[in-house]
Design a protein around this ligand. Structure first.
Ligand code: PMP
Length: 425
């Protein structure tokens, strides 16, 4: 793969920081090396000395003085080595991407830690999107992505979905404006990437079927575009086996996958990771060198200690328990929706994630009903327009989350929603 056509001028111009490179060297150097180089503060002056973190059903994580000093210090921009090694093994186990065995220039699989997946995604967009570029997206689409992409001045082209995810024929229709060979001519401005949330989509709850993924990957090869696989709900799939990912099919090195621990370990710790071809991950790390420097060393160490204590089996067993919790939550919400909203609205059963995407039957626009009346009726939900590029277009949808409310609260909320819809007819 030649990645040159995909990079923005800003990303191409990034150069490694001399100081950051020294930090990497120092982290690997033997203890006998005396560093007078780094601008690292002396951790003996920091007020935090030790910490003990209690783990559910596990051994506590101890930060004795030496470990605490490391946790409070600057670290490598790509992520701390022991966490990266663990994540790399996890990706190989779960996705086994063909690119693991490639050379760096062929697009060898690489990883970097990000401050939540949102940080990784916004850096990916900064790396790839110039004003006027054509970008293809799910419709509806995660509102955080609209927020990150819209200001970049690109053309956001929607592709339609049904209950099995993106409809390949809809993508073919979008692409029919171009010829496959046009990607060699910059003036033709062929789409640079497809962005999609393939498991338990936010807001639709839908997962993209495996055969469709294969068809879409072949279209990416034919028209030479990248695939940005934003998959924070991958670990919250309600049916087994888990669906194969774009990363697992990536024979060319054209997939950048964004993973997140927000839904299964902690959203506030801000730990995500990007997996993709080395030449692109390197660009992201250069961006990190110039922005956050790195994700918090303390939180990386905390997560890494936990993952090493658990091992892959322990992590997957935890994921299973979390998934069981959310599956029960989903079933409770579906029962309440059936009881109160049948006849007034329709929905598909979400097979992953945290959301039910509801379409009101006889109301063309949910904005007014929800923004003006829902709060008065003591229920808070997100109106559908938040997930569309054209915020002014009417949308009969709304998004209901089943992550936090108790089944009793869901029952009352659905009753209030039904009342609200009836009053608005
Ligand atoms: N992508 C999608 C589709 C999401 O729903 C979210 C969280 N709402 C994110 C990315 C960002 O997640 P985080 O930064 O917490 O990993």
């Amino acid at each position: 793969m030649n990645y040159t056509r995909f990079l923005t001028a800003a990303s191409s111009a990034r150069e490694p920081s001399v100081i950051r490179t020294l930090t990497e060297i120092m982290a690997r150097a033997p203890k006998t090396v005396i560093s007078l180089a780094a601008g690292a503060p002396n951790p003996n002056t920091f007020p935090f000395k030790t910490a003990t973190i209690t783990i559910e059903n596990g051994k506590p994580i101890q930060f004795e003085e030496e470990k605490m000093k490391r946790a409070l210090q600057y670290s490598q921009s790509a992520g701390i080595p022991e966490l990266l090694t663990w994540l790399r093994q996890l990706q190989i186990r779960l996705h086994n991407p063909p690119t693991v065995h490639y050379s760096p220039s062929q697009g060898q699989m690489d990883l970097c830690v990000t401050t939540g997946s949102q940080d990784g995604l916004s850096k990916v967009f900064e790396m790839l999107v110039s004003p006027g570029d054509n970008i293809i997206l799910d419709e509806p689409v995660y509102s955080g992505t609209i927020q990150a992409l819209k200001p970049l001045g690109c053309n956001l082209i929607n592709v339609s979905s049904d209950e099995h995810g993106i409809i390949p024929d809809s993508l073919k229709e979008v692409l029919s404006k171009w010829k496959p060979e046009d990607s060699q001519d910059p003036k033709k401005n062929t789409p640079k990437f497809l962005y999609t949330v393939p498991s338990g989509n936010n807001p639709t709850g839908i997962s993209l079927a495996a055969d469709r993924k294969k068809e879409i990957y072949e279209l990416a090869r034919k028209y030479n575009f990248l695939i940005i696989e934003d998959d924070p709900y991958y670990f919250l799939q309600y049916t087994k086996p888990w669906l194969p990912t774009f990363l697992s099919m990536d024979v060319d090195g054209r997939v950048i996958r964004a993973d997140s621990f927000s839904k299964v370990l902690s959203s506030g710790l801000r730990i995500g990771f990007l997996t993709g071809p080395k030449p692109l991950i390197e660009r992201i790390v250069l961006h990190t060198q110039a922005s956050t420097l790195h994700t918090s060393t303390f939180t990386q160490l905390m997560v890494s200690e936990l993952l090493h204590q658990w091992g892959e089996e322990g992590f997957l067993a935890h994921v299973e328990r979390v998934t069981d919790f959310y599956r029960n939550q989903r079933d409770a919400l579906l029962a309440c929706a059936d009881k109160w909203l049948r006849g007034l609205a329709e929905w598909h059963v979400p097979n992953g994630g945290m959301f039910l995407w509801v379409k009101m039957k006889d109301i063309a626009d949910s904005k007014q009903v929800i923004e003006e009346k829902a709060l008065k009726n003591q229920v808070l939900i997100v109106p559908g327009y938040a997930f569309f590029i054209d915020k002014k277009a009417p949308s009969p949808y709304f998004r209901v989350s089943f992550s936090i409310a108790s089944p009793e609260q869901m029952d009352v909320a659905c009753q209030r929603l039904a009342q609200l819809i009836k009053e608005s007819l």
